[in-house]
Design a protein. Structure first.
Length: 152
């Protein structure tokens, strides 16, 4: 649970340095992780893996991205800018994301190994690709690339 421990340490640092915005974002991440931990409890104990923590952080990042899009469409640039600042903080705790070329290579390998020939085979391809890119690529981006390559 190294990522979670880093968040806890950074909360302390943000408190000492009086970085209120960063502190608020980190506390919201801590809260989301704690919620996940509570929901996973069995026999009064739950220990989240680092992968579980990263999934919670990815979900928080996705929520921010969706909010940014909605705020921009509504003409609320002030709120969108605030969400972008939060997103940058959140993304600093995510593992480095794969490049589009790397994703395309993995998708092409999956297409070749499954014998996929068109959009009807999208489920087969996604089933092979997602476990390989989980936590390292955005699902929407992977979906878009699979559609592009299957329609090509």
């Amino acid at each position: 649970m190294a990522t979670y421990q880093k968040i806890l340490d950074d909360i302390k640092t943000a408190m000492k340095q009086k970085e209120q915005h960063r502190l608020d974002v980190l506390r919201s991440l801590k809260s989301a992780i704690f919620e996940k931990e509570v929901s996973e409890r069995k026999d009064g104990k739950a220990e989240l893996s680092d992968e579980d923590v990263v999934n919670v952080i990815m979900k928080a990042a996705k929520q921010r991205k969706d909010s940014i899009q909605q705020y921009r469409e509504a003409g609320r640039d002030d709120l969108a800018d605030n969400e972008e600042k939060e997103l940058k903080i959140i993304e600093s705790y995510l593992p480095e994301m794969m490049s589009e070329d790397d994703i395309k290579q993995i998708v092409q390998e999956a297409i070749d190994s499954t014998g996929a020939s068109g959009p009807q085979d999208m489920g087969k391809v996604m089933g092979q690709v997602m476990p390989k890119v989980k936590g390292k690529a955005d699902g929407a981006q992977v979906n878009r690339i699979v559609k592009e390559l299957l329609n090509a």
